[in-house]
Design a protein around this ligand. Structure first.
Ligand code: ATP
Length: 238
């Protein structure tokens, strides 16, 4: 049974059909990536899976449960958490407070497991440990993106949704973010990754889907799509 099953998903903004009849699955332990140009519907797909947008049609099944109509916090409790696009942290709160917010659905904040998860985030992002008392809004864009990912991991998710984690970062930081994504997978968390950096995303994706104007137009393994002529021309600079 797949960990996530998206079936015939349609989402509108008013009369605009942002996504049309999208279906895909994510298996336990995989990195699955959605690639596409601006406006293709990638963010809308992730927001709908997290429960921030309502579906017009279709269904979402997570870990065997139909979550199509479940509120976002209910989805986090089941093990589905998202790191949003851009600097998705609480700017007026410290790094530590942001990480605690990520764990708000957990009841074990005084426990050893909670401390272990915090240590895990600090091992992935030593910079966050150095800045644990700093106000998030005063950190660099890259640091805030790391914090947003760290916060999503604090819910101890089975599946983490990452929306353009490399966006706007310098090349050295981009490499760092992708190696952290590899590490997240190695630690057993399943990843659904939305990226404009198609080369990096395809390199590590078990499965990839190309989104164009709200529809999946091509799917394959990361290696298959990296070698596909039309994908190379459109998304990998020829
Ligand atoms: P980007 O990489 O630019 O974030 P995307 O692939 O994530 O693009 P979406 O943000 O999902 O694309 O947008 C899909 C479509 O829905 C676009 O046509 C966009 O203009 C439209 N859209 C997105 N958000 C809204 C909104 N709040 N109101 C109206 N239309 C929207």
């Amino acid at each position: 049974m797949p960990l996530l099953e998206v079936e015939g998903l349609c989402v509108n903004y008013g009369h605009i059909e942002a996504i049309r009849d999208i279906s895909f699955t994510v298996d336990q332990g995989e990195i699955v990536t959605l690639i596409g140009a601006n406006g293709a519907g990638k963010t809308t797909t992730l927001k709908t899976i997290s429960g921030l947008r309502a579906v017009r049609a279709g269904r979402i099944v997570f870990d065997g449960k139909d979550i199509t109509k479940l509120a976002p916090e209910g989805r986090v409790k089941l093990g589905l958490s998202q790191s949003p696009e851009g600097r998705g942290c609480f700017p007026g709160m410290t790094v530590r407070e942001n990480l605690d917010m990520g764990a708000y659905v957990r009841k074990d904040r005084k426990s050893k497991a909670y401390r272990e998860d915090l240590d895990r985030v600090f091992t992935l992002f030593p910079r966050l440990q150095e800045r644990v008392g700093q106000q998030a809004g005063t950190m660099s864009g890259g640091e805030q993106q790391m914090l947003a990912i760290g916060r999503a991991l604090m819910a101890r998710p089975k599946l983490v949704l990452l929306d353009e984690p490399s966006m706007g970062l310098a090349p050295k930081l981009i490499a760092q973010i992708f190696s952290i994504i590899d590490e997240i997978k190695a630690q057993g968390t399943t990843v659904l990754l939305v990226e404009q950096n198609a080369a990096q995303a395809l390199k590590r994706a078990d499965v990839a889907h190309i989104l164009e104007t709200g529809e999946i137009v091509k799917s394959g393994t990361g290696a298959e799509l990296s070698g596909d002529g039309s994908v190379r021309a459109a998304y990998l600079g020829g």
